[in-house]
Design a protein around this ligand. Structure first.
Ligand code: 5GP
Length: 180
């Protein structure tokens, strides 16, 4: 029997629903920051699809930057360790910063990022998370804008990967990983 079969996956959120929800979140941000500029800080790599779609739907002057941190490595379980892989290109002092995350899981990554970014004196600091998995929260952090709240399952697609696979799937899918 072959042990190399790809893990099974099941669609959780269809692309059409993602598009609709991203437009709604963008409208909410547009209302909240009426007449102001927003600076979107995408957390690489998972949030890049969400950030691009969101940025195009926000009807305000918008700038973007990216930061990269490592927490999961190649495993699907959080190590509890967060370290910086790539810092922002420019200062965020005085800006309306929205951290754009792919998924809020234990909250360790976001907790680390918010502490770091707060020290850099943005005018405002908010969080837009494409997905929220509240069941696994370890740190009491919350997102101001949430795409979808999902059950405690490992998901891929729309930017989310497993060992660099599946990021470009248009739908969000639950990946059934073999135990171990
Ligand atoms: P946290 O620090 O909140 O536990 O985890 C944040 C990071 O873990 C996310 O940015 C994402 O990279 C990864 N992660 C958490 N849950 C999932 C999941 O269900 N699927 C994938 N692909 N990554 C996840």
């Amino acid at each position: 029997m072959s042990t190399n079969r790809p893990p099974k996956r099941r669609v959780l959120i269809r692309h059409a629903a993602i598009e609709r929800r991203v437009r709604e979140v963008a409208r909410q941000i547009t209302r909240d920051f009426k007449g102001q500029r927003v600076h979107l800080v995408g957390v690489l790599k998972g949030a890049c699809f969400f950030l691009v779609d969101l940025a195009r739907e926000i009807d305000l002057e918008t700038s973007i930057d990216f930061i990269a941190v490592a927490s999961y490595g190649r495993s699907s379980e959080s190590s509890g360790q967060v370290r910086m892989l790539k810092d922002l290109d420019s200062s965020i002092a005085g800006l309306n910063v929205i951290v754009v995350e792919d998924i809020l899981d234990t909250g360790l990554t976001l907790n680390y990022l918010l502490r770091l970014l707060r020290q850099r004196r943005p005018k405002t600091l908010r969080v837009a998370a494409f997905l929220d998995k509240p069941a696994r929260r370890v740190q009491p952090v919350k997102a101001d804008y949430i795409g979808f709240t999902i059950p405690n399952e490992f998901v891929v697609g729309y930017g989310l990967d497993h060992a660099e696979h599946y990021r470009s799937l248009k739908d969000v899918c639950i990946l059934r990983l073999p135990r171990g």
